[in-house]
Design a protein around this ligand. Structure first.
Ligand code: DX5
Ligand code: ZN
Length: 221
């Protein structure tokens, strides 16, 4: 299993995004939080900005959509050529069809669940998805505390993925830092999103620190 680090540009300098992308080029991908002020009480950026990020980024884009009406909104992000598009199961009427539409545009299809959302529906349709995002905070803002009560759900997802033999990544997002990486990886995460923990210091050093802590946890898993 490979650990992937995906720094969230929600904690970056929005006036200098191209430079910020180059400061995190030792990461595996960049996590781009798209928020619409309806699904979550915050507004960030949308298609035109993601299109430019895709054009200039040295690393693949991991787009996290926090938008209502995911069925209608998600495919356009996949059309931009990004690596993965994650939509929220709570915002989709037909998650399986939306994932298929993302795949047909060449991106990995991923589905996210908020901390209080059951994962059963996702696990019943595992083969529709290339990645599952277990939110470890309420979506909307960076810098919140990690919610350890999401870990049983993550562990259940890991067991289901293992049993299926499918190549499905398990991502965690929210409050991931040196003191929470071990818990997240031990419970099954292999894609780690970190915003404040990466941009709160020298990004390359922070990425390396998270990577080695994750690898240690993986070796002991
Ligand atoms: C929150 C976003 C996260 C956020 C994580 O809704 O989805 O990606 O940037 O920030 P940290 O790592 O600071 O908790
Ligand atoms: Zn996110």
């Amino acid at each position: 299993m490979t650990i992937r680090i995906s720094p969230s540009i929600l904690s970056a300098d929005f006036a200098n995004l191209e430079q910020e992308l180059h400061r995190i080029d030792s990461a595996d991908m960049v996590h781009v939080d798209v928020m619409d002020n309806h699904f979550v009480p915050n507004l960030t950026l949308g298609l035109p900005v993601v299109e430019r990020l895709q054009a200039v980024s040295p690393i693949p884009l991991d787009v996290h959509l926090m938008l209502t009406d995911a069925d209608r909104n998600a495919p356009a992000y996949a059309e931009l050529g990004v690596s993965s598009v994650t939509f929220h199961v709570e915002a989709a009427a037909d998650p399986v069809a939306t994932a298929a539409a993302i795949r047909s545009n060449g991106a990995r299809a991923a589905v996210a669940v908020k901390p209080a959302t059951a994962i059963d529906l996702v696990l019943e349709h595992l083969d529709a998805f290339d990645m599952i995002l277990v939110m470890t905070v309420e979506p909307g803002f960076g810098g919140q505390a990690f919610m350890a009560n999401t870990m049983p759900k993550l562990a259940r997802a890991r067991e289901a993925v293992r049993a299926s033999g499918l190549d499905i990544w398990l991502e965690v997002d929210g409050g991931i830092a040196l003191d929470t990486v071990e818990t997240a990886v031990t419970n099954g995460a292999d894609v780690l999103v970190a915003g404040s923990a990466v941009f709160g210091g020298d990004p390359a050093e922070r990425i390396a620190g998270l990577r080695s802590a994750a690898q240690r946890a993986l070796d002991g898993r």
